[in-house]
Write a new protein. Sequence first.
Length: 526
Amino acid sequence: SVGHETNRPLIHYTPRVGWMNDPNGLFFDEETSLWHVYYQYKPDALVAGLPIFWGHATSKDLTSWVDHGVAIEPADDVSGAFSGSIVIDRNNTSGFFDNSTLPGQRIVALYTEDSSSKQSQFAAYSLDGGYTFNYYAQNPVLDINSTQFRDPKVIWHDETQRWVMTLALSQEYKIQIYTSKNLKTWNFQSNFSHYGFLGYQYECPGLSKVPVLQSVDPNTTLASNNSSSVDFKWVMFLSINPGAPTGGSVNQYFIGDFDGKTFTADDSASRFVDNGKDFYAMQTFSDTPTNEVVGLAWASNWDYGAYVPITPWKTSMTLARNLTLRPYKPNPESSQLTLYSEPIIDHSILNTTQSIKKASLNLTTEESVFYHLTKTAKGLLEFTLEWKVNATAITSKKSPAAMTFNLRGIEDEEEFLKLGYEVNSGAFFLDRGISDLDFVRFNPLFTTRLVHFLEPYRIDQDGLPVYKVHGIVDKDIVELFFNDGSSTSTNTFYMSEENFLGTVELSSSVDDVFNVLNLEIKQLNT
Ligand code: FRU
């Protein structure tokens, strides 16, 4: 297995040692301007099990991370401090605080205590900015005597002046909604049940009020909008495992309305937050600076997270993402909204060690176009590829008309990540199976070939469809954002030690079908 610090992702959070799964308790501290990330953590093992703790990390930019070890412990060593969330109790509704704690640091965690007999909801609060916690003496705060009742995500609902908790009655396929005035006494309000892909069980639900940006201009961000004119819709996020259409774990969402008691979905469609294999249990941050919705997920899959060839830690988080709802392109007339994701990277703390920019590149079958980015490669790459497709130039239907965008290893070019677009199926494809590692070649659940149906991002003046992908590669993770983020695909991939990706190869199986309008590649370093 690959056990080198040199293989540690540079801008994705990883624990120093031990097992990590779901992000928990995400919040922003306005007093210190720090982003706090907690997570399911088993420091003494490389596989999930009991006891499990909340680990803790902070970041000032969501790009560099500081580790703080264990923050919340289970009641005993055969229990688990399972997933949950954190809210800022500014007005001290809970009574846990006095004036010695600044309003912006009145931190209350609500999480699931998992024991052999049941799963119930516990409260803990911090008097030191989130580094240590005191356990509420009268825990549990919510107990229905169930063994599958977990993952409370709490938000403040301004309209009804109440706290709202969503949590899963996992194998009954119910998201339950409870409300409270004080974070201690919780009243049942409604069930949101049997929506989307059910899989084996529901996990980690969450409600967020997501800004709706009516403009389809990709440069429109929440910050550039006048915040008073921003509309919102409610979005229910939900994870299921196993049972993803592509195998194992997946994160879905539903758009709708919420009146403080009941969530009503606009339709019964199932949509995925991310279409890759490694994006699970996403949670959004409480108390973000300008109410933007920022989420972060576990970049792994329960199907194989414990077996990936990495030590002494398993596994990583995704990058944080800014989430908005926008009319679905390429049909801006449609009132259908789609969740847009934009990765958050603070480029000011990164160095660009090499950079390539090309416009208008007509691909032919004669030769591949190579860009060698090997000099100071540390495995952190960012690229944008925009291409148009002239399907009328396809002369033979015998072989698929495909453009491939290979990211090759710097030590061994025969190990590579294969990306590309195939015209007949209209699919972007990814193959993470071209590796020497036994895990990649022989683990039956680590499926290596993925396809993702792509609609055009725009139609050019000649009526030809144009597509776009923005990618971030960080050692063993690739996050792809299609068409300004209207769909995404996050996947881990594993190659021989220190064989970081550093060479880009563009090729085509047909002449004059693919025209690269814009290609930008940057080699980055911390
Ligand atoms: C989701 C999950 C949660 C649970 C936690 C335990 O990945 O199964 O439902 O709280 O992990 O670590």
